[in-house]
Design a protein around this ligand. Structure first.
Ligand SMILES: [Ca+2]
Ligand SMILES: [Ca+2]
Length: 110
């Protein structure tokens, strides 16, 4: 899960341990997928399980580890979630790959 942590930290710009709406918006703007504040709020709400308006590490990990069907995640599914970010499959997640990952969610989930 260290790889997911790396992705999370890349978006958590102020290292507060949570991804704020502002930080999510910055990632989406950087990915060229920002269209409206409402879109950012929708994306955030998909991760924000406790509704406090921020994405905690726990929430990020839970969403990234859970397949849409709701079945328990398998190792390969967790790996697939990581690969969603690690697009060149070099085992490391760059900031641009994180941005691509958010672009994926923006397109598929909203
Ligand atoms: Ca933060
Ligand atoms: Ca939250």
């Amino acid at each position: 899960m260290d790889r997911l942590r790396e992705a999370f930290d890349s978006v958590d710009l102020d290292k507060s341990g949570e991804i704020s709406e502002k930080e999510l918006m910055a990632a989406m703007v950087a990915a060229g997928e920002y269209r409206s504040v409402e879109q950012v709020k929708k994306t955030l709400s998909q991760f924000d399980l406790n509704g406090d308006g921020k994405i905690s590490w726990f929430e990020f990990e839970a969403i990234m580890s859970t397949p849409p069907a709701g079945a328990p995640p398998t190792a390969s599914e967790i790996e697939a979630a990581f690969c969603l970010f690690d697009q060149d499959h070099n085992g490391r997640i760059s900031l641009s790959e994180v941005k691509e990952g958010f672009r994926f969610f923006g397109r598929e989930e909203i």
